[in-house]
Design a protein around this ligand. Structure first.
Ligand code: ZN
Length: 488
């Protein structure tokens, strides 16, 4: 009996694998009709119809397909939904901006969460777009060292940890990995007191769990070299956050070092956001030692809440108060070096304030800005290259530990129907440093798990009308994405 049941189960599983949604008699639930379908994984670039049933792509082919619902994509590009692997803005308002920028999955990987289970509980079973989190070293060490600051350490979390405290930090990260964290986040720029031994222990732990380490390093090639050596020794997969801002004027050398590391077999990736200014919390360790800065340096900083440029006096006042600051520290020339290089993934690093409003235009315009300004207007990178770095590359970065990511970031039969349709002639960012709260334009339709959330360039009516609390239901299709959980 048991054997027969087992065999039936196997047959069921095999059938399921071959045809994820077994039935589909047409019409499909949803058809995306007549668009130029580009799939960076397979190289497909043809005018096609896409038939969707439930949450999956069932058929891609020459149309016309018929569906209960149809999105007209004629004259538009149909791409896999964009995957943002570096985003701090995870709220209902933030996700509307992300959706209007073409993002269908968003991950908090650099800071991550000190308590991964609690993060997923807080996010709940459904949001506008898919979401996931890393186990965060920064937050774990803040808890262990008793730093009560918001998000980033500005007290004892910056200092050194004892051997016993390091063990406690590691135990918290390991608990997060067992709870399905998709990666391990570290930010040595924010934790100057973390010793090389502490970092090596974190990297080793991640490697044992098949998790990659998403790292915000401090500047300087020596720090990159040390980090890559640590990764080599642990045979860990690692990811260097926002190389555009961290490398600054050394961008060419940083990219070369990453390429050499990849050639010797290290699984290392990186990312960029398409802006010359960064953003962080003014109270963070990044600005330790500000007292000895020359006066003119403060003017490179802009207070996010008001847009004003800072002086020594206003810097001191806001540092005591705490909040987001925009840092005009990079050049367009450096940024372009990172963009023409095929390696960096596109990721926003977008943040938000306490009211879930964006603090920097990268939170709202990153993806449309690449497609509009840098692909169409300036021809700095090709459309195919840009889409590859927004879809399949971030999916691959995650999929070793998170099997469902093998079915996202692609347009193929059987994949999840996460799809972004945009107008190549009009796609663009609209947000600026003084007004980051502007929706991108030219993103025509966005579909998450088979459900349209942007339709005809505007958020689906129900998504638009949502208040702070998202009502559960079929119109809120985004799901938690996590690694398989380990029971202990
Ligand atoms: Zn970040």
């Amino acid at each position: 009996m048991r054997n027969i049941a087992g065999r039936n189960l196997i047959i069921l599983l095999i059938t399921g694998a071959l045809a994820p949604t077994a039935q589909p008699q047409q019409p499909f639930d949803l058809v995306i009709a007549g668009g130029r379908v580009i799939d960076p994984e397979s190289g497909l670039d043809e005018v096609r119809d896409i038939g969707i049933s439930g949450d999956r792509i069932v058929k891609i082919g020459p149309g016309p397909f018929t569906g209960a619902d149809t999105l007209d994509a004629r004259g538009r590009i149909v791409a896999p939904g964009f995957i943002d692997i570096h985003r701090h803005a995870h709220g209902d308002i933030s996700y509307r901006y992300a959706a209007r920028d073409g993002v269908t999955s968003a991950f908090e990987l650099e800071i991550g969460a000190p308590d991964v289970d609690a993060w997923y509980r807080m996010m709940g079973p459904a949001r506008l777009i898919n979401f996931g989190v890393a186990a965060g070293h920064i937050g774990a060490r803040m808890q262990v060292l008793g730093d009560k600051s918001f998000l980033l350490p500005s007290g004892p979390g910056r200092g050194a940890a004892s051997e016993a405290q390091i063990q406690e930090i590691l135990a918290m990260i390991e608990k997060g990995l067992a709870a399905g964290a998709v990666a391990v986040g570290v930010g040595t720029a924010y934790t100057p007191g973390a010793s090389p031994q502490e970092l090596a222990a974190v990297v080793g732990l991640a490697a044992r769990h098949g998790a990659f380490v998403h790292a915000h390093l401090g500047g300087g090639l020596r720090r990159l070299a040390a980090f890559l050596r640590t990764a080599d020794q642990a045979r860990a997969a690692v990811h260097v956050a926002h190389i555009n801002s961290t490398a600054g004027g050394d961008i060419g050398e940083w990219l070369r070092a990453l390429r050499e590391a990849r050639e010797r077999g290290l699984d290392v990736t990186t990312e960029l956001y398409p802006y010359t200014a960064g953003s962080t919390l003014i109270q963070s360790a990044l600005y330790d030692g500000w007292e000895s800065w020359p006066d003119e340096r403060f003017a490179s900083l802009q207070w996010a809440a008001t847009g004003e440029r800072l002086t020594r006096a206003t810097f001191a006042r806001y540092r005591a108060q705490g909040g987001s600051v925009i840092s005009h520290a990079n050049t367009e020339a450096n940024l372009r070096v990172s963009m023409v290089d095929p390696l960096p993934i596109i990721a926003s690093d977008g943040g938000r304030d306490m009211a879930d409003q964006p603090t920097h235009p990268r939170a709202t315009g990153t993806f449309a800005r690449i497609l509009g300004r840098y692909v169409r207007d300036e021809k700095l990178l090709t459309l195919h290259d840009a889409l590859r770095r927004m879809t399949i590359e971030p999916a691959r970065r995650l999929e070793r530990r998170v099997p469902e990511m093998r079915h996202r970031g692609r347009l193929r039969e059987g994949a999840f129907a996460d799809i972004t349709v945009f107008d190549p002639a009009t796609v663009n960012d609209q947000s600026t440093y003084t007004n980051p709260a502007a929706y991108s334009t030219g993103i025509t339709h966005v579909v998450v798990n088979g459900v349209p959330i942007v339709r005809g360039g505007v958020l689906d009516e129900k998504a638009e009308l949502q208040g702070q609390q998202v009502p559960m239901g079929p119109r809120v299709p985004g799901r938690p994405i996590r690694a398989p959980r380990v029971s202990r």
